[in-house]
Each structure stands twice: as structure tokens, then as C-alpha cells.
Design a protein around this ligand. Structure first.
Ligand SMILES: [Fe+2]
Length: 365
């Protein structure tokens, strides 16, 4: 795990834009590449330069996996969108994931409205849809207090490379079957530890036929459950090949969707930040997972994943994956105005718990 904090100056690009290149540490392709503003950090100049240099952006994003723009005058969702569009003008606004999000503009959303105490495990954005986003952008509008609320990054190419061969073989052979249970317009139970957003929010319609059509387009099998619940079942391989480099990438949501996710994350968060609160959360999550296993089948969990044929993935294998993910975790504190551009084909993101104010925005292409 790398805890980044200090930037080391590197070289200028050839036509000297108003910034310095830096990185956290000495790795020439460190994650992320840090672009530190010189001067007033004008957003228009930054967006213009990026738009004029798509090859530079593509090369750096592919090599490093993410670029952090720091010190620029990014103060609003509109500023953020200008920077993101400088890199990729094909922004999307259809979100088929699990986090509750609020729209801040047509293409910019709050990153997650999940309660601050919830960790969000590492994942590539919407890895379970047919065509996941190419790039994901985050922006810090209000920085959280130090020691929480970071958006860590992990290079999932390295995760695939470093998995134990036997574990890797079992995942490669078994594939994934993902189950997600969404509440409907009535809201569903308030007792779920990992309660998902409502399906009518996700699909932005209450028309069931429209929902079914969209599900089938994405390869989700829809099942209506009870009065207005929706269960989505989908299967996929655990990896994708990077579209530019051909490298194999661990590209799935197993560490997010598997029932053991909450207790596995809190255990490691407690190791990173050993407080009584984190110890209590870890033990609470363990107890909740045990209870959920006793009281519900795999298909009735808020979200869960098994091998494609329904066999349970051994907890020890999930623990191994989390060990490898956390070994490559890059944690750096947010600063107000930061924008991070992520190659979603290779690099995952997550969120560490926090207290107090924090406003992070997201958009994707
Ligand atoms: Fe995400």
C-alpha cells in the first residue's frame, strides 16, 4: 500500500503548459501522475491544453492509469465538467450502478450518497455492463477532514498479475454470477446493511417493460420480486483485456458485491486506522454478514456474487483478492479543486469512511 503525500517534480511536456508534472514516489509510471498547476491554475487554459493534446493524455492515462490535476481553480460542477470534457467530450449520464447519487448538472453527479461510515470497496466503474465507461473523473468540491474520505486507487492490471495462480484459475474457470436486489418505488426495507438505490431511480422510469428492455440490452436477467422489488442476475468473466495495451485486467465487482465485502473492508480499514470505532464497525459487519448468511439465500441478499454456476466462492479466495487489492492501494488526501481522471479499463477506485463535510463529484465517458 502506498500512502502518498509529497510530489516530486518531473519534466515539462514539450510546449510548456502552465503546470509541473510530478508523481507520488519514484516510480516512473506511479499511480496517479500528478499535474500541479503553476500560476493561477486557469481552468479554461487547462481544458484547452488538454483538448489540444489528446495523444499526451491518452499515453499518460494508459501508462499511469490516472492523472491528478491539483492546484487548478476548479470550484464548481461546471468547472469540473470543462476539465473532464477537455479530456473526453463524450460524457455519459446513464448510471446502472448501485450507489445513490444526486445530479449536480446534466452530466455531473455526487459521487455517492451512501452514509459516510460505509467504505466503498475498489471497483472499476460499472464493470458489470456490456460497455463500461472508458474514463471516470472525480472532483473535490469540499475536502474531507484529514484521515478519512479519500478515494483510493488501485491498478487492477497489477491485481490480475499478482493473484495466486490457483485462486486465479478458480475465478477464470468459474466466472461470476452477480445478484442485486433493488427496492421499488415503495422504498423497501431499512434494515439492509448494503441497501441499494431503488430501481425506478436507477432506470429513471417506473415502466416495468422499459426496465426489462434495458436490462436485456445490458445482459441482466430481471426478476420481479414481491410487490415491487427487482432482482437483477448477470454473469460475466472476471477479467477484460485492456483495449489499448491488451494487458489482462481484473475487471469485475466481486470485492464490492460479495457478501463478505463489508467485514473484509472494515478489517483492513481497522488495520490502516486502528480506532475503537473501526474495531466496532468491523465486528458489527462480521456479525451482520453471519446473520445475513443464516437468514437469506444467495439470491435474496442485497447483493452477492458466486461462480457462474451458483457455487459459493470460498471466503479464503475473496480474502486473498482483497489482500492483493489492498497491497496496491494508493491513498492520498483530497485537496479542494482536485480533479482525477481515471482509465476505467485498468484502474479501480473506492472510498474510505469519513466524518464531517465532504463533497466529491463524479462524471464519466
Ligand atoms: Fe464507482
Amino acid at each position: 500500500m502506498t500512502i502518498a503525500g509529497h510530489a516530486t517534480p518531473d519534466a515539462h511536456p514539450s510546449d510548456a503548459p502552465p503546470w509541473r508534472l510530478a508523481s507520488f514516489g519514484s516510480d516512473p509510471v506511479a499511480l496517479p501522475l500528478v499535474v500541479q498547476a503553476d500560476g493561477d491554475g486557469d481552468v479554461g487554459r487547462l481544458a484547452h491544453w488538454l483538448r489540444e493534446h489528446p495523444t499526451w493524455v491518452q499515453e499518460k492515462l494508459t501508462a499511469h492509469g490516472a492523472i491528478l490535476f491539483r492546484g487548478f481553480a476548479v470550484a464548481s460542477p461546471d468547472d469540473f465538467e470543462r476539465v473532464a470534457r477537455g479530456i473526453d467530450d463524450r460524457l455519459q449520464n446513464e448510471y446502472l450502478g448501485t450507489s445513490p447519487r444526486d445530479a449536480l448538472s446534466g452530466y455531473v453527479f455526487s459521487a455517492s450518497e451512501l452514509p459516510p461510515v460505509y467504505p466503498i470497496p475498489q471497483h472499476c466503474e460499472m464493470s458489470f455492463v456490456k460497455h463500461p465507461p472508458r474514463r471516470v473523473f472525480f472532483c473535490c468540491l469540499v475536502a474531507p477532514a484529514p484521515g478519512g474520505g479519500e478515494t483510493p486507487l488501485v491498478d487492477f492490471r497489477k491485481v490480475w498479475r499478482d493473484l495466486d495462480p490457483d485462486v486465479k484459475h478458480r475465478f477464470e474457470d468459474g466466472g461470476l454470477r452477480i445478484v442485486r436486489n433493488y427496492a421499488g418505488p415503495s422504498g423497501g426495507s431499512r434494515l439492509d446493511l448494503w441497501k441499494l438505490k431503488r430501481w425506478d431511480e436507477m432506470f429513471r422510469t417506473t415502466d416495468r417493460a422499459e426496465v426489462e428492455h434495458k436490462c436485456r440490452e445490458e445482459g441482466f436477467e430481471p426478476q420481479w420480486v414481491g410487490d415491487d422489488g427487482l432482482r437483477l442476475v448477470s454473469t460475466q468473466p472476471v477479467h477484460r483485456d485492456h483495449p489499448v495495451t491488451g494487458e489482462r485486467v481484473w475487471h469485475n465487482h466481486a470485492t464490492t458485491f460479495h457478501l463478505s465485502a463489508a467485514s473484509g473492508e472494515y478489517r483492513r480499514i481497522h488495520a490502516l486506522r486502528p480506532t475503537l470505532k473501526n474495531l466496532a464497525l468491523w465486528q458489527f459487519a462480521r456479525a451482520m454478514v453471519a446473520l445475513q448468511r443464516l437468514t437469506r439465500s444467495a439470491d435474496e441478499q442485497s447483493m452477492h456474487c458466486t461462480y457462474r454456476d451458483g457455487r459459493e466462492i470460498p471466503d479464503a479466495d475473496m480474502e486473498h483478492v482483497r489482500d492483493v487489492v489492498w497491497r496496491h492501494l494508493v491513498v492520498y488526501p483530497w485537496q479542494r479543486g482536485d480533479v482525477v481522471a481515471i482509465d476505467n479499463h485498468s484502474v479501480a477506485h473506492g472510498r474510505l469512511p469519513f466524518t464531517g463535510p465532504r463533497r466529491i463529484a463524479v462524471c464519466w465517458s
